[in-house]
Design a binder for this molecule. Structure first.
Ligand SMILES: C[S@@+](CC[C@H](N)C(=O)[O-])C[C@H]1O[C@@H](n2cnc3c(N)ncnc32)[C@H](O)[C@@H]1O
Length: 266
């Protein structure tokens, strides 16, 4: 089931102010840990330029920054991109309030086309290989054509840089306690009512597998792909189980793929 772009835009326009609270409650406050996990996987160094795709109110970027500060990673340039003006406006207010406006920049753009700014002024535009890492937390399930966004992530990250995505995942037989109940709950409540009706989103379960297959050919006819470093489905204990107890995580490194032989790492 694909996300309905018009519905997601409406939802986020209406709920921008309450988004963070709703997200915390919906995930039973586990989302903060998920955001921090993305930062741990980014493997960036001081001075890096980082893209937070589908940044919403920039909450993830704030959590990433906390992890990087703990690790002693400094002098970062963090850019958050989203196509919802209301979410960005709330995010800018929050950043100003926290004194982080000069460290995290929030800009309007389309995850599926990060060259759109070359044709339409209001959108942002990024060069190939212009970020040290591209991160997205609970964003891929909302993108109308996620495969276009995966290509863009691969395009804008530097060779050797990492792309990390994290989103909710369907329960997995053999890993999930009370699988039959969880499965029923996922199919009848979570996907149609929470993801689709409440957020306008699709089922993101397949994303961590689809992104791993992404390739991109640049202007010099060089072909790029991901070396998969992490592809994990993680399930919480049964007492933390409903409404959502499973997440999927992908972390890949951009490598050059030879057209004639096996992959060559960068
Ligand atoms: C569930 S929110 C996640 C926000 C944030 N990453 C977080 O951790 O709280 C999903 C966001 O994706 C954005 N989004 C969906 N499709 C997009 C697209 N094509 N381009 C940019 N942003 C998009 C929505 O506007 C929304 O703010």
């Amino acid at each position: 089931m694909r996300p309905d772009a018009k519905a997601t835009q409406r939802v986020y326009r209406k709920r921008a102010r309450r988004y963070e609270l709703i997200h915390h409650i919906g995930t039973r406050f586990r989302d903060t840990t998920w955001r921090q996990e993305v930062a741990w996987l980014s493997a960036i160094e001081s001075g890096a330029r980082v893209l937070d795709l589908c940044t919403g109110t920039g909450l993830s970027a704030i959590e990433y920054l906390k992890v990087w500060e703990v690790k002693g990673i400094r002098d970062l340039r963090i850019v958050g991109v989203d196509h919802n003006n209301e979410m960005l406006a709330v995010g800018k207010e929050n950043l100003a309030h926290l004194g982080l406006a000069d460290r995290i920049e929030l800009v309007f753009g389309d995850a599926m086309d990060m060259k759109r700014g070359q044709r339409e002024e209001s959108y942002v535009s990024f060069e190939d290989s212009s970020f040290d890492a591209v991160l997205s937390m609970c964003g891929v399930g909302e993108i109308e054509e996620p495969t276009l966004a995966f290509k863009e992530m691969l395009r804008v990250v530097k060779p050797g840089g990492r792309v990390v995505v994290i989103d909710v995942h369907e329960p997995v037989k053999g890993l999930t306690s009370f699988y039959t109940v969880q499965r029923w709950f996922w199919q009848t409540i979570v996907v149609p009512n929470i993801l689709r009706r409440f957020w306008g989103a699709g089922d993101p379960s397949g994303m961590i597998y689809e992104i791993a297959e992404t390739t991109f050919t640049d202007e010099n006819n060089r072909q790029w792909a991901f070396e998969t470093l992490v592809q994990v489905v993680r399930t919480d204990s049964w007492w933390l189980s409903l409404p959502i107890n499973t997440i999927g995580i992908f972390c890949g490194k951009k490598i050059e793929q030879s057209l004639h032989s096996n992959r060559i790492g960068v």
